[in-house]
Design a protein. Sequence first.
Lengths: 519, 480
Amino acid sequence: MLHELSVHAAAEMLRAGEISSVELTEAVLDRICAVDNEIKAYLTLLPEEALAQAAAADRHLAAARAAGNMAELSPLLGIPLAIKDVISVEGVRTTCGSQILENYIAPFHATAVEKLLAAGAVILGKTNTDEFAMGSSTENSAYFTTHNPWDLERVPGGSSGGSAAAVAADECLAALGTDTGGSVRQPASLCGIVGLKPTYGRVSRYGLIAYGSSLDQIGVLTKDVTDAALLLGTIAGHDPRDSTSMDLPVPDYTAALRTSNARLTSDAIPCTAHASHRTPSHPRPPRIGVPREYFIAGIQPEVETAVRAAIQVLADLGAEVHEISLPHTDLALPVYYLIAPAEASANLARYDGIRYGLSVPGDTLWEGYRRTRGQGFGPEVKRRIMLGAYALSAGYYDAYYLKAQQVRTLIRQDFEVALRQVDVIACPTSPTTAFRIGEKAADPLSMYLADIFTLSLNLAGLCGISVPCGFDAAGLPIGLQLMGGAFQEETLLAVAFAYEQATAWHRQKPALVASSPTE
Amino acid sequence: MPIYETIIGLEVHAQILTRSKMFCACSADYAGAAPNTHVCPVCMALPGSLPVINRAAVEKTILAGLALHCTIGPEAVFARKNYHYADLPKGYQISQYELPLCHDGWIEIEIPNETGNRVKRIGITRVHLEEDTGKLTHTGGASLVDLNRAGVPLLEIVTEPDMRSPEEAHAYLTMLQRILRYLGVSTADMEKGAMRCEANVSVRPVGQAQFGTKVEVKNLNSFRAVVQALEYEVARQIAVLESGGKVVQVTMGWDEAHGRTVVQRTKESADDYRYFPEPDLPPLVIEPAWVEALAARLPELPDAKTRRFVAELGLHPRDAALLAEDRGIAEYFEAVARESGDAKTAANWITGELFRLMNTATVEIAAVKITPAAFAALMRLVATGQINLNSAKRVFAIMFETGRSPDEIVQELGLAQVSDADVLAAAVAAVVARYPDEAAKYRGGKETLFNWFLGQVMRETRGKGNPAVVRELLAKALKG
């Protein structure tokens, strides 16, 4: 079944001439037709554009084959991907899951999309998201809720729930998402796939429609760790259009995997990581830190069991496991819900009905603003705009926004201290497996807790990955979260890859019965 | 009635002259362009666009800060100033709040008084960089938005409350305008909106230590408006206090048509801008080496230039100040002085003939067609007696008109001065012979007739006679 292929497996078959990109893309489009009625992963489908891109990729492949330079080809050439609908694709409706941008057509590509297209990737469509990426379930989408392929009664997680469900249901080979407080890792965990959030500044944010600018980062949702390395290598790098993107070389992330093997030896850790701590004559295995603050009351027992078992697997592979402390963990949630809404309150001010998007006229300028924004934004977006405006307002700034920034520094320092002792931190991605649709929708605070293990990493600006590490009794996937230092994606990927090689969780597929298309 | 003291602080916005806008590559030269033609995703605030700092705008701000004796950096932070308005596409303006690029400087102004000019130092609180808004046009029930101006870099210069009269405020603005123009930082043209001013004004009885309640006055679009609005507002506040009332902290607008200030906003309804550091732009670290390199680029400012023109070139202080006022004129003068080797005469020509012609033709110095070399060549023709001063002025006017060389014009008009004593002696003899009665009167003691004879000889030579030679020959001939 072609739609079930990983990116790297499909890339090999494309090069070998066993399949064409058009065949592959058609297979995935057929799959979407078969299952997306139930999954509802996509907000916008681009079948014609995708097939045209696939045909172009096939011509490129044929030309390279004739010229005998297949080695030069990008591994993403001809690979059908999905893009979260908060990332701009030129000429395509980009809604952010919001009514206010229902008819907005982006006039330019996000840099990450530009890089994917330059690599010859095929773009299938735009995936569902909580409105402006605010949420953990896709229930805040103004259009519909995406369903978890492992249990259609349950949420796929969020806000990149559309991308995660699309990957898990084989409705694309891989997808882009965005992660502001866990929005790539948490849905990856709930959908049983791999989700990588790169270091802040690793991937350009140009064209990513801002929610919390100091936290937002484009990430990848993939079927395995190798694919995550391939996609990251393509979209990462400095962009002069994003002043917060770092001007650092992009390593060959797949090389980090090739040096890794089933056992975690020192070879598994590329030299860039803590090079000063080691010399070639004193190799040592990677050190894994287990933060005690992440195994708390309220965590679903099966999640703790599975994650502890996964850490034991890493130990069995040769990693040194240390208990560590990230003492300000419990402050991450309140800090996040001051800083992200504060930034959002300004970022979303541009949706005023004057230049684009929904415009509801009023008798006065202010009445027009009130009506446009009143009708265009959903309740969670309004809640965060109000929270943020309040945290920034005169008389409250010091107590809320400024204090939150100070505590953010403490959280960042927690990680700096911990990552001097260990190479990678291991913990659960989400305290629970996928919850039922509607279960938390009425209670924002319990919804906010869904991201309790992922928020800190965004506040610290570091990189993290969620990889499948088991299932609960109901058969719902559990994710292991690995967190690494700034620009230490190679280390992270190497450890994740070693774990993946030693286990088979990532090969399990949801028993999704394809509904026959109605005639 | 107590005597009141006026306290004024000014906030000036000046558009910075850069090729592109503050945060995108759009051309900042939008004058005369069709609406919304100098726009892109960044300055239209399309979703997903991000700002990138214009280095030239930062450098020009630092230059202005250096000229105003400010401390630069060492770190500068951009901040979002949040408010909704139709001319502000992002719903926030990228400005600076807590860490401006430049702070704690001063400027010296000259205030004329009975004994000449008094120099006073005005403190500069801060100089920062921000972006301009778009422009709204209200027409028949609708408002049209033009975003060509949105994102053009703006300098904001805030003073301490150091001015004590509307005249001081005027002197400050004049000096600031001159400096900004000198630096090439801004055209600083108030009438064209390239420089805008807001004033904070309060009054207090002389001797009272604390300031009175201040009122902010906006919509000051000309130097005249600044002075008139301040005079009006000072009188209004004194009248309020004299009638036993209290000045209320408000924002006023200057109503030019009615010549009065009008309340725009009370303190209770004051905007809360919810400033916070701009997360899309990392803090700017201003390396000392960068500031030093910019300081080396700082041109000599008008005051220093005036002093040097007096001390080194021996100019009259009035001429020196006149020439130093405008950087283009000062540079032109120095070029002519260098080419001719005669600074004083060059100064006379420029402040006299050149300024007169420029005024009549309303031509800026940059458009003057006479090259410094041609200018000096003309001065040499006079100095060597090849043409007389009156001819030189005629030639100069033609040079101004056409940009042609003086030699060519002199030749064409046949103006070359005649110094040949034989030729001139014949003319002198002819004139003396023609007017025997006058010659007799002169010899009889009416010496004032000498100049009349001189004029007749000059007419005879059609103005080309060298006056010095003619004078000598005439004196000899009249003695008889």
